[in-house]
Design a protein. Structure first.
Length: 146
């Protein structure tokens, strides 16, 4: 169990520590190994995380497999010939409109949102998975808004 293991470390020592954690994990018995890391620096461990839990004030807010989280939480971007249409997008966690662009953060339902946007003939429409750190921020911002 590691609690903020890279806090206060310089970049070289931080990288060495992460490589040591990776090595320990890879050398362990594949069915019998767990490394629990508590950290605010999620990006440092992004590639190592199989499952993660987001905690807020001591309570679990979300527990998901990392791959499942990346499939569920998506950023959808659309660029329209004119201003984006006014749509009911209440199922999106966040909606940002800027000039001809619309950016959504979806918590599941990304396919349905993409189809709804596609019906308004955007010039471009794309989707990408959020990083685990971006998911952390989106989920906690949603908690605060509720």
């Amino acid at each position: 169990m590691l609690d903020e293991p890279t806090f206060g470390l310089d970049p070289i020592v931080r990288r060495e520590l992460i490589e040591t954690v990776i090595g320990s994990y890879q050398e362990g018995n594949s069915g019998n190994r767990t490394i629990l890391v508590s950290t605010h620096l999620i990006a440092e461990f992004e590639g190592l995380i199989d499952e993660f839990t987001i905690m807020d004030q001591g309570l679990s807010v979300l527990t998901l497999g990392a791959d499942d989280a990346r499939q569920r939480y998506q950023r959808i971007r659309a660029r329209f010939p004119q201003s984006p249409p006014e749509l009911d997008l209440k199922e999106a966690l966040r909606v940002r409109r800027e000039r001809r662009e619309l950016e959504l953060i979806a918590n599941g339902g990304g396919t349905a949102l993409m189809e709804r946007l596609r019906q308004h003939h955007p010039d471009t429409l794309s989707t990408e998975a959020l990083t685990l750190e971006e998911i952390f921020v989106a989920v906690l911002k949603q908690q605060v808004a509720q």
